[in-house]
Design a protein around this ligand. Structure first.
Ligand code: NAD
Ligand code: WQD
Length: 342
C-alpha cells in the first residue's frame, strides 16, 4: 500500500517513514529540504535497508503537485508533516508562516480530492490548547486563541480540514496533537537537525553538553511549579511515529468514512526544565552548565496530556522513558557531530 509522507525527511517525518517501511508500507516522500537534509535518506536506508521514493519540491507549487500526482498513481493515504515550525520566527515573519503552512495544505487537499485519496493524517500541536484551565489536558478542552502565527496555522489547518471533510463525504482525517517530541532513533542514524541555534530544550541541552553552546539558558525559575521551572510532556519521537501508523490503521481497518478525529499524543506525565536537566546529567554523567534567565515571552507554565483517548482508540501508548529519550538524543548529537567533522 502506497503512503505519501510530506515533510518525510524532517525530524518526525523521517522517524515515521522508518515505522511505515517496517510495517510494510511503500513510502513516497515529498520534501523541499527547506529544513532537512537529503542525507536523511541514507540514515533511513541504514536502518530499514530500503530507500523511500523521494521527490524534492515545494508543496505550495500547485503545478509541481499536479505533476507529482500524475506520476504516482494509487496512493492510499497521506501523512502531512510539511510545515514551518519555529514559533519565534513565525512572530517575526507571519506571512511566510501563513503562506507556507496554509497554501501547502490547500494544495494538498485539492489534489487529495481530485485523486480520490480518502485518508489523511495531520500533524497538529498541543499549542492549540494554550494554557489549559485544568490538567492533564484532554481533546475536549477548548482551543484557545493562538499565541503565535505558527500556532494559528495549526488551528486554521484543523478548521480547513474539518470543512473539507464536511463537504466531501469520502474523506477522513486524524489530526494528531503532539506535545513535546524529543529523542532520536535508538539505532543512532537519524535524529533532529536544528538549523542554527536551537529553540527547543533538548537540542539546546545536547549542544551545550557537546560544547557548541556555552551554557543552557533556563528561561525562568519563578513559575508556580514545584521547582519554579516550566512543565512539559516530553514524548519520544519513535513512540510518536508509531502513533501515525496506528492512526492510519484505524482509518483503514474501520474504513473510516467522513470522520475528523483528534488525538493527543503525549506520555501523560509532566517534567520540569530542571528535572530534564538533572535526568540528562544522570544518564550521561555530564555536568551541564546552565544559567537562570528571565522568562521567555509566551511560555506556558505547565502543560501535559491526557493520552487516554489515544491509548484506548489507537491502541497506542508512549513507552520510552525520559532517560532513554535523552540518551538517544545525546547519542545522535555525538554521531552527527563526528560525521560533520569527517
Ligand atoms: P521539520 O522541520 O523537521 O520537518 C518538516 C519538513 O517539512 C522539513 O523537512 C521541511 O523541509 C519540509 N517542508 C516544509 N515546508 C515545505 C513545503 N512547503 N514543501 C515541501 N516540504 C516542506 O519539523 P518536525 O519537527 O518534523 O515537524 C513536523 C510537523 O509536526 C510539522 O507540521 C510541525 O508543525 C508539527 N509539530 C512539530 C512539533 C515539534 O516540536 N517538532 C510539535 C508539534 C507539531
Ligand atoms: C520547553 C521548556 C522553555 C529552551 C514548542 C512549541 C510548541 C511545540 C513544541 C510545535 C520551556 C524551556 C527551552 C531553552 C529553556 N511545537 N527552555 N531553555 O515551548 O514547550 O513548545 O515546541 O508545535 O508549539 O511552542 O518547547 O522545547 O522550546 O521549551 O529553558 O534553551 O524548556 O522555556 O519551558 P515548548 P521548548
Amino acid at each position: 500500500m502506497k503512503v505519501l509522507v510530506t515533510g518525510g525527511t524532517g525530524y518526525i517525518g523521517s522517524h515515521t517513514v522508518i515505522e511505515l517501511q517496517q510495517a510494510g508500507y511503500e513510502v513516497i516522500i515529498i520534501d523541499n529540504l527547506s529544513n532537512s537534509n537529503i542525507e536523511v535518506l541514507d540514515g533511513i536506508h541504514k536502518i530499514t535497508g530500503q530507500y523511500p521514493i523521494f521527490e524534492k519540491f515545494d508543496i505550495c507549487n500547485s503545478q509541481d503537485c499536479n505533476n507529482f500526482f500524475s506520476k504516482y498513481k494509487g496512493i492510499t493515504a497521506v501523512i502531512h508533516f510539511a510545515a514551518y515550525k519555529a514559533v519565534g520566527e513565525s512572530v517575526e515573519k507571519p506571512l511566510m508562516y501563513y503562506y507556507n503552512n496554509l497554501v501547502s495544505l490547500l494544495n494538498l487537499l485539492d489534489k487529495i480530492l481530485s485523486h480520490n485519496i480518502n485518508y489523511l493524517v495531520y500533524s497538529s500541536s498541543c499549542t492549540v490548547y494554550g494554557q489549559p484551565e485544568s490538567l492533564p489536558v484532554a481533546e475536549n478542552a477548548p482551543v484557545q486563541e493562538a499565541k503565535s502565527p505558527y500556532g494559528n496555522t495549526k488551528q486554521i489547518s484543523e478548521e480547513i480540514i474539518k470543512d473539507t471533510i464536511h463537504a466531501n463525504k469520502k474523506i477522513s482525517c486524524i489530526s494528531l496533537r503532539y506535545f513535546n517530541p524529543i529523542g532520536a532513533h535508538p539505532n543512532g542514524f537519524i535524529g533532529e537537525l536544528p538549523i542554527g541555534e536551537p529553540n527547543n530544550l533538548v537540542p539546546y541541552i545536547t549542544q551545550t553538553a557537546y560544547g557548541i553552546r556555552e551554557y543552557l539558558r533556563v528561561f525562568g525559575n519563578n513559575y508556580n511549579t514545584h521547582d519554579g521551572t516550566c512543565i512539559r510532556d516530553y514524548i519520544d519521537v519513535v513512540d510518536l511515529s508509531k502513533a501515525h501508523i496506528a492512526a492510519l490503521q484505524r482509518m483503514l481497518v474501520h474504513k473510516n468514512i467522513n470522520n475528523f478525529e483528534v488525538f493527543n499524543l503525549g506520555a501523560g506525565k509532566g517534567y520540569s526544565v530542571m528535572e530534564v536537566v538533572q535526568c540528562f546529567e544522570k544518564v550521561t554523567g555530564i555536568r551541564l552548565k546552565y544559567k537562570i534567565l528571565n522568562r521567555r515571552p509566551g511560555d506556558i507554565e505547565r502543560v501535559y496530556a491526557d493520552p487516554q483517548k489515544a491509548n484506548a482508540r489507537l491502541n497506542w501508548k508512549a513507552t520510552t522513558s525520559l532517560d532513554n529519550s535523552l540518551l538517544s538524543a545525546w547519542n545522535w548529537e555525538k554521531y552527527y557531530r563526528k560525521k560533520l567533522n569527517c
